[in-house]
Structure formats: C-alpha cells, structure tokens
Design a protein around this ligand. Structure first.
Ligand SMILES: [Zn+2]
Length: 361
C-alpha cells in the first residue's frame, strides 16, 4: 500500500477513490453500537453495490502495465476493511458481554459470607438451663400446649375459686372433649409424668405457656421451665442444694440464693427464690453501687423463681403414696432469665422476631 500508485492525485481518479475509501475505513466503524449498522457500513465497501466492487470494475480502464498493481491495492483495501470490521464487531460483542455480567469482577476481593441464622435468645437460654439441670441428674420431659383443665388445675390441688382458674385469666379451648385450655404453666407435664411413671423421678419441663396478660413484663405467651424431684426422703435441704447449684453454675460461683416464704396451691411449704443481683454484685460489698442499682432497685436481690415441697394432695391425685414419697418442685420464667441476662426491658421484643433485635444475640 505504500506504492506511489496509492497516493491520491498521483495518477487517475481510481487511485484517488482507493485512497479516500481506505481513509474512510479507518474511522467509519468506530463507535457503532449496533451490529446491524456495522454490517450495513461494511456492505458500503464489500457489498454487491459497494465501493470495492466498483473499483474492481474500473480496473480495465487503467493502463495495462498498472492493472496488476491496482488489483493488489484493491485486494489490500478489501482485507483492511474486513479487519476493521472484525475488530469493531469483536469490541461490540465484548461490550455487550460486559453489560450482561454487570460490573467487572475483581477476583482478589474477599468473598461475601452468606448470612447464617442463629438460635433465638430464648432457645439459647432454654438449652443452657437444660444443660445445668441435666448435669444435676434431671431428665427433660415435654407435653402438649393444649391440655386438660384437670391436669392444669385440679390435679395440682388448685381450689376451684383460685383466680387462675377464672375464665378471664386463661385461654379456654372450645371442644366437645372435657374442659380444655392452653396450659397456664408447664406443671401439666409434671402431672402427666407422675401419672405415667413410678417414683423416683427427676424431670425438668421447658415449654411455652399462656396467660391473659399483655404489658412490658408480661406476654400472653411466655416460656417456663419447671423442675420436679420425687423420691423417698427428699427434703427441703435437697431443694436448697439444687437451687444453689443451679444459681452458681448458671449465673456464677459467687451468686448466692435467698428464699422467702410464699404460697402456691401445689406446694407446702412454698417459697420465692431470689438470687444476689448479678448487676450490682452485692457480694463485692459496694453498698453505694447496690443502692443505685436500677435492676434490683437497691435491694441486692433479683426474684427468679418459685418453689416448694410438693403438696401431699398432689401425690394423692396422681397415685403416689405421700407417706412413702416426698418431693420438691420449682418453676422459673425463661423470658425473665433471658431478660436479666441480656438486660432486655420489654418482653415483647422476644416475640416480635425483628431480625435487627435478634441478631444481637
Ligand atoms: Zn442490683
């Protein structure tokens, strides 16, 4: 293509056309975003009515000795156009692929970790509680959430006029079967276990229970864990020992336990159980800190469960001989333990299942 014959104006109009077409081919394919347009432009050179065909037709009009050279020049132009077209087409395909793949990928960036789920805080606390009591020799027992009124109240020696038995305080279930309700405590599991097993037995029963309460510290559904130990010669000191062992392994070795007399229909005697406040740590004897503690309100104690020696009447209802056997029972709110542990002030957060809340645990 460097021969003087290609220089415009060096000889006739054929050479001039050849040179201008070559120049046109350099730029005309650039920036075309559409393949059909690209092919249309190519046809203006190489098509049946294209400029190269036209040039070929004019060869016979050139002087005989220059025809061969002209033929080579036109062929070179043809190859040049093909090359420009191929390059533009490849660029167009590449751009389209890039667009389909989105932004270019830098494979040296660290990968994205998939979001993994976690156990709900109540499940975590339940599992820890069960671990502690399993170590102390308790089995885990479960039961239905819809249960008989008889198991929920009568067998547990609730007097018929006890406020908990009132229609306003429990969720009753309409059924043709005997009086049925959503259990108000997991004590129904204890009744079922005692009816189906002979002593000795030691069980803990975690699960959801239902009461008609709804405010920042009460939810209509909440979680309880109750424990029961029945054997010959089980005494209040065994109960105290189990409570101490539980408090120390769950909350920490310094955490002491205090019992206050209380009343529950199914135990005699009954007691409320407090643990030393795990926030102001009264065992460190920082009286000022305890006085200012908002969690225990300055008392140094946190109420966590209720307990007592199983009432002889309960044993009679399930066919155990109260002369031969004795036992203790305790019950705690898993929600209350979780709220203390994580300093949650509204129980409803535990049941709304907002991921922003749950992923903190
Ligand atoms: Zn405190």
């Amino acid at each position: 293509m460097n021969s003087s014959a290609d220089t415009p104006g060096a000889s006739g109009p054929l050479e001039a056309t050849l040179a201008s077409e070559r120049e046109r081919a350099v730029t005309v394919f650039q920036g075309i975003q559409d393949e059909a347009e690209l092919r249309r432009v190519r046809a203006t050179f190489l098509g049946g009515k294209g400029s190269i065909k036209d040039l070929m037709k004019q060869i016979p009009s050139v002087e005989k000795e220059r025809r061969k050279e002209m033929g080579r020049s036109i062929n070179a132009l043809k190859q040049w156009v093909e090359q420009q077209f191929d390059t533009a087409l490849a660029a167009l395909h590449h751009a389209r692929l890039e667009q389909a793949l989105g932004a270019s990928v830098d494979i040296t960036w660290p990968g994205r970790t998939p979001a993994t789920g976690a156990l709900h805080p109540l499940t975590q606390v339940t599992q820890e509680l069960v671990d502690v009591f399993s170590t102390l020799g308790f089995d885990v027992a479960e039961g239905p959430q819809v249960d008989l009124y008889e198991y929920n109240f009568d067998k547990l020696a609730f007097p018929p006029d006890h406020p908990a038995t009132d229609m306003q305080d429990s969720f009753f279930v309409r059924t043709d079967a005997p009086k049925t309700l959503l259990r108000t405590h997991t004590s129904t599991i204890q009744v079922r276990e005692m009816l189906s097993r002979k002593p000795p037995l030691a069980i803990v029963s975690p699960g959801a229970v239902y009461r008609r309460d709804d405010d920042v510290t009460h939810s209509p559904m909440f979680m309880q864990l109750e424990g029961l130990w029945v054997d010959k010669k089980v005494s209040f000191t065994h109960l105290r020992g189990v409570l101490d062992a539980f408090a120390q392994s769950f909350f920490g070795p310094e955490v002491g336990v205090r019992l206050r007399p209380s009343y529950f229909p199914f135990v005699e005697p009954g007691a409320e159980v407090d643990i030393a406040c795990i926030f102001c740590k009264p065992w460190e004897r920082n009286a000022k800190r305890t006085a200012q503690c908002r969690i225990c309100k300055g008392s140094g104690w946190l109420e966590i469960l209720g307990c007592g020696m199983v009432h002889p009447e309960v044993f009679e209802h399930v066919g155990y001989d109260p002369e031969q056997y004795s036992g203790f029972a305790f019950g705690l709110g898993i929600d209350r333990i979780a709220m203390l542990r994580y300093q949650i002030t509204d129980i409803r957060l535990l049941y709304e299942n907002d991921v922003r809340f749950l992923e903190q645990f």
